[in-house]
Design a protein around this ligand. Structure first.
Ligand code: ADP
Ligand code: MG
Length: 213
């Protein structure tokens, strides 16, 4: 383990670091070591790295670092291509958030009935993880308020665009404040992703990791 990959080099609280240790995270993966310093400094970022490289913790730590638990509004929004991925991401963020109490993470995906989702939204959440179509549905109905989002994550952006979600993503992004941090994660970086990044991100840091750590 090299020192440059120690989580302790990051400006995280002792409780946050202790929880990472409890999770068995002894050192940052390469994508985390490259992306977390600019993420924690508040920069927009596009990161290209293969599956299994630890991208979820990179953006999860970024969202949680900035989040104010005593302000009960949606401060972090993650868009994922599928319900399965959204459930996994929400689960990971809940584990990362164990250093502090009372952080509520809600998933909003298609294929689930609307009424319970709307009821959950009325109860509130700090972080929402959802699929683009269902998120846009909530935006259109006014059942979700994205005006407090400070971190917006587009996870598996290439897959979301390949699945035809570009217009839904654009509409959901427009419902977020223009003053926000935007993080985009993708396994590949084709032209349409380059275009999406220029639409949604501001002066992004670009990070690329070839091999799995
Ligand atoms: P990706 O989104 O890049 O495909 P994930 O974020 O799902 O990858 O992470 C893959 C696995 O690696 C998960 O089981 C996760 O808990 C684990 N992991 C992530 N970061 C670390 C780390 N720093 N140390 C140990 N395991 C990690
Ligand atoms: Mg992932």
């Amino acid at each position: 383990m090299s020192n440059t990959h120690a989580f302790a080099t990051l400006p995280l609280s002792p409780a946050f670091l202790r929880n990472l240790e409890n999770m068995g995270y002894q050192a940052m993966t390469d994508i985390q070591a490259q992306s977390l310093p600019p993420i924690l400094a508040g920069r927009d970022l596009i990161a290209q790295a293969k599956t299994g490289s630890g991208k979820t913790a990179a953006f999860g730590i970024g969202i949680l670092h900035k989040l104010n638990p005593s302000y009960f509004a949606i401060q972090g929004l993650v868009l994922c291509p599928t319900r399965e991925l959204a459930d996994q991401v929400a689960d990971s963020i809940r584990k990362l958030a164990r250093f502090t109490s009372n952080i509520k993470v809600l998933t909003l995906c298609g294929g689930s009935p609307m009424a319970p989702q709307i009821a959950s939204l009325e109860h509130g959440a700090h972080i929402v993880v959802g699929t683009p179509g269902r998120m846009l549905d909530h935006v259109g109905r006014g059942s979700v308020n994205l005006s407090s989002v400070q971190t917006l994550v587009l996870d598996e952006a290439d897959r979301m665009v390949d699945m035809g979600f570009y217009d839904e993503i654009t509409a959901v992004v427009r419902a977020c404040p223009s003053r926000r941090q935007t993080l985009m994660f993708s396994a590949t970086y084709p032209d349409n992703i380059r275009k999406a990044s220029s639409m949604f991100l501001r002066d992004p840091v670009e990070v690329k990791v070839e091999a799995i750590h």
